[in-house]
Design a binder for this molecule. Sequence first.
Ligand code: HEC
Length: 485
Amino acid sequence: MPRLFLIAFAACLFGGATPQRAAAQAGKPVSFINDVAPILKENCFACHDAKKKSGKYDMTTYEKIMAGGANGEPITAGKPEKSDFHDLMVTAEQRRMPPRDKGEAVPKDKAAIIAQWIKEGAKLDGGLDAKADLVKELRVRWKPPVPPKVYPFPTIVNAIAFTPDGKQLAVGGHHEITFWTIETGKLAKRLYTRAERAYGLAFLPDGKLVVAGGRPGQEGDVRIYDINAKGKTEDGVNVLDGVNDKAVLVKHLFDVEDAVLCLAVTPDGKTLAAGGCDRAVRVFDLSEGLDKAKLVQTVENHADWVLGCALSADGKYLVTAGRDKTAKVWDLKAKESVVTFPEHQNIVYGVAVKADGSAGFSVGADKQLRTWKPSGEGKQVKNAGGHGDDVFKIVAGPKDAVFATSSADKTVRLWDANLTAGKVLAGLTDYVYAVAFSADGTLVAGGSYDGSVGVWKVADGMPVKIWNASPGIVTKEKEPEPKKK
Ligand code: HEC
């Protein structure tokens, strides 16, 4: 299983104090929303949400928590010892919550917070509606941390994009996008984001940056930033606060309950598509400007996560890659599914489409890239091996003259539209998750699991620069020869 699905865990290592502990230690009354709800979300919601309701017990609002399930009210205010709700967490009996065969006991210090809350009257915080959805409330209240000045360990690069002038590389970091001057490999700008990770980056024709991403398992979002806004300067680096500064964060397109994993924008900047863990791709019409951005369609065409998406230049066709082992084509005008391409028979990680919509491309865990007809029966035209491991992404260069793929085999490779193999771009030392062309098509870049990024010339495959794009982390510079095919 590729590490794509394990990366969520690394996030915890960046640390940070948990708010519930802070409150309990300060001797303040326990707050339901700040102290109790996060514990329930962590330990109980998996079985007691609005969908599963184990024991007919839905715990996702205060009102429902107090009402209880099949056996009625589980909380006696003021008396934790007479409240099943708490008792079931700490009991030595066989019947425990979570059930013994299903999960670890609630940690003692957390169960103590629940007991204290019940003792203090099991109250709801003032100003909070008893019917408010707790998952949503917790998400809204959550505040992103300021990214560390110096990273404790390298970031995982899931998304990259060249700035429109081709001079800098924008890289998805930890709660920020970092911008690096390609010539020197030096950090030039930091854009703080609510999203912990960026999975998709795209520049609009006016130079604004669209970022798709989120916190795995918690939330996902697409937000748009003016990276030319005035920030502050710290140690010669331009710092933009995309979390709080309205001059930087110019548009909040949407939020969802889990990470947004892919992003596509038509060259005219009028149509934007983004999809992810909720299996849906949201399509926006930006033709009347960001203020009037309109959600025009929510396409639910896959049975599992949408891992990749691409749009034909006219915004008519949406091509998607699914963890359900298929690539698909959706006609946005007719609002219908037109092709399902099943040949990978394994996870499809990435897709591309010719600008005129005349050919579809997909890559996946079968280590193949495949091109196929995005209409009729969706027949495969050709497949190509070459990558020795999972292929994560495929992107089209300007005018479809060249395509680039990135792979777990640590390389970026170039291809023509007939999948004739071109240069193999070497020099990265881990899984290459991200790949992008510069706007003029002369440069191609790859971004890797170990934080390193590389920029190469498309014409001869020579490396321009390879460096680690994690602030404060310096790796020894090496610029090896590209492997000859
Ligand atoms: C892995 C699934 C799972 C998790 C996690 C879980 N529960 Fe349960 N819970 C159940 C099932 C199944 C039942 C019904 C069977 C039973 O009552 O023993 C239940 C029943 C209950 C009941 C009794 C409801 C009634 O009225 O009959 C309470 C109270 C309860 N759970 C509290 C909790 C709390 C508090 C947590 C978190 C600390 C939690 N549960 C976590 C599966 C789970």
